[in-house]
Write a protein that binds this ligand. Structure first.
Ligand code: MSP
Length: 531
């Protein structure tokens, strides 16, 4: 047994029918900030992401591209899905592909266990199926079509008619888990967030759960069932299992993979878009219960990035690639913007104007300006040697107290995935320090030799504040904060930025007098955009 449970967070695994857009990058970025924050706290963390490679949707995309499904997914993963992790600066611990042997074998094993436990049976299925959602639809799920689909019933998400299926499948006895799910969620009301998502799931379960096909006979691109090679595992019942197979479910006892499973199970957070809440908060925990495994501790459903009021999507040609934004603003500003501007859990729209305005106000003029003024003045007035900060006055004490308060707000907020509250708490601290600089007028103090000690204190206060900001914003903007860490001599004086702890960040006076401060390149250079 592992000594203690690691914090295990996973993103959904994304369909590789096409390249990633900023909707996908949004989820991964949020996951990355949440896990980097936990690491900065000193916690043991496991961050998993990956891709969902099977199913009709991917198979058809490959056919349309004139290649085999395997060639299609290999190419897209190598050319688009792995590179985007670098582009957005994600520090994931693993990347799972559902075509990997480890996944295939463990999925087969899992369903054998569920079948041995009596929750799998064979029966005919007839009903609508939406390939866009890869989902068996109930007739109540469909809506009236418009335009070319006038008079037909269509999927509300994809706006296209569902296909009518008629096949003999293996069914998963979902109906057996309604009471257990309700009991679990009543005892753990935070296990689905936000609250609206909890309510939606509870009312869905209370309406009564029906059994659902766990295999497909008319699809070939998938994982065959071990007891019936004519059928492949229904893509969702293959994909959801990535969260278990990637961390060693079903691995050889005593192996490193089996140890990993003991260390991380169950997931602390399954982070998903609200479109796939039902799969994660109903089917997924029921599957785990059927295999005698603990369900996730929390499913968090975030909102959609919208374009023209609708969910951004490649299939509707509204997807913006992350590089389009990052090439101009950089990965740090991308990460900052989406988590700061949109309340996590709600929908949000992206606009170049808003991105540019916040970048300029909060990053270039706010933090960037504080860093460049602070470091430049230490270089200019004190030859780059940090002066001592004795004899704090009320003005400095206000900064020290404000820092403690910012940490008190930011730490629990980001721990609970309320990123904007956490980011804003630090931003307000930065605003206060900028105001302090304006009020103290160190450039005036510098002209008067009699004020030398006072100037020392002011300069020390600015650089100490930047030290704290570098630590607190490192999970959000790792590249810029590591540059800042270098500029203020943090690395030489206190060691790697990643090793600084949130619990200790408000302790004042960590940078010793004499620390070498340098003025580097602007952290957030001003950007001109074509309006
Ligand atoms: N393959 C399934 C998930 C299987 S998980 C076991 C799937 N893939 S997906 O590529 O269609 O989308 C996955 C996730 O990408 C969404 O749940 C969401 O987290 C993110 N997003 C995709 N489009 C998005 C927006 N427009 N806005 C916000 N997030 C979006 O569903």
């Amino acid at each position: 047994m592992a000594e203690s449970k690691a914090f295990f967070l996973a993103t959904p695994i994304y369909y590789v029918n096409d390249a990633p857009h900023i909707g996908h990058a949004y989820t991964t970025t949020a996951a990355d900030v949440a896990t980097r924050w936990r690491r900065q706290r000193g916690e043991d963390v496991w961050f998993l992401t990956g891709v969902d490679e099977h199913g009709t949707k991917v198979q058809r995309a490959a056919e349309a591209g004139g290649v085999t499904p395997q060639e299609w997914v290999d190419r897209l993963v190598a050319d688009a899905w792995l590179p985007v992790l670098e582009t957005i600066d994600a520090a994931n611990d693993d990347f799972i592909r559902t075509t990997e042997p480890r996944h295939r074998e463990r999925v087969q094993r899992f369903w054998e266990v569920v079948r041995e436990n009596g929750y799998v049976y064979s029966a005919p299925y007839e009903g609508p199926y939406c390939v866009g959602c890869e989902e068996f639809k109930l007739s109540g799920d469909l809506v009236d079509g418009t335009g070319e689909f006038e008079g037909e019933k269509v999927c509300p998400v994809h706006g296209r008619p569902a296909e009518q299926l008629q096949e003999t499948n293996w069914f998963f006895k979902l109906s057996a888990f309604g009471d257990r799910l309700i009991e679990y969620y009543e005892a753990n009301p935070d296990a689905i967030q936000p609250r609206s998502a909890y309510n939606e799931v509870m009312s869905f379960i209370r309406q009564g759960l029906v059994d659902i096909s766990m295999s497909r006979s008319s699809v070939s691109w998938g994982i065959p069932l071990s007891w019936d090679a004519e059928q492949v595992t229904y893509v969702w019942f293959d994909a959801l299992l990535n969260y278990a197979t990637a961390v060693g479910y079903g691995a050889e006892p005593g192996s490193a993979d089996a140890e990993l499973f003991d260390r991380v199970w169950p997931p602390d957070v399954n982070l998903v878009g609200k479109d796939i809440l039902r799969f994660h908060a109903v089917y997924w925990p029921a599957m785990l219960m059927a295999a005698d495994l603990a369900p996730p501790r929390k499913v968090f459903a975030h909102g959609w990035l919208l374009v023209g009021g609708e969910k951004m999507s490649k299939s509707k040609l509204t997807g913006i690639a992350p590089e389009q934004i990052i090439d101009t603003f950089g990965s740090d500003a991308f990460r900052y913007y989406f988590l700061r501007a949109i309340q996590f859990g709600q929908d949000g729209s992206f606009s170049w104007e808003d991105m540019h305005a916040r970048y300029t106000a909060e990053l270039a003029n706010g933090l960037g300006n504080l860093a460049s003024r602070g470091t430049a003045m230490v270089v200019r007035y004190r030859d780059g040697a940090l002066p001592a900060g004795h004899d704090l006055t009320g003005a400095e004490q206000q900064i020290v107290d404000a820092l403690a308060r910012a940490v008190e707000v930011a730490d629990p907020a980001i721990g609970e995935l309320d990123f904007s509250t956490g980011i804003v708490a630090v931003k307000e601290f930065i605003d206060l320090v900028n105001l302090y600089v304006t009020e103290q007028e160190p450039w005036v103090l510098a002209k008067d030799e009699a004020q030398a000690t006072r100037l020392d204190v002011v300069l020390n206060t600015i650089i100490e504040s930047l030290r704290a900001v570098a630590v607190l914003y490192n999970p959000v903007m790792p590249k810029a904060m590591s540059a800042l860490w270098e500029q203020i001599g943090g690395q030489a004086q206190l060691g790697p930025l990643a090793e600084q702890r949130i619990a200790n960040v408000a302790t004042w006076g960590q940078l010793a007098p004499g620390t070498a401060v340098t003025k580097g390149a602007a952290l957030f250079p001003r950007i001109e955009v074509d309006e």
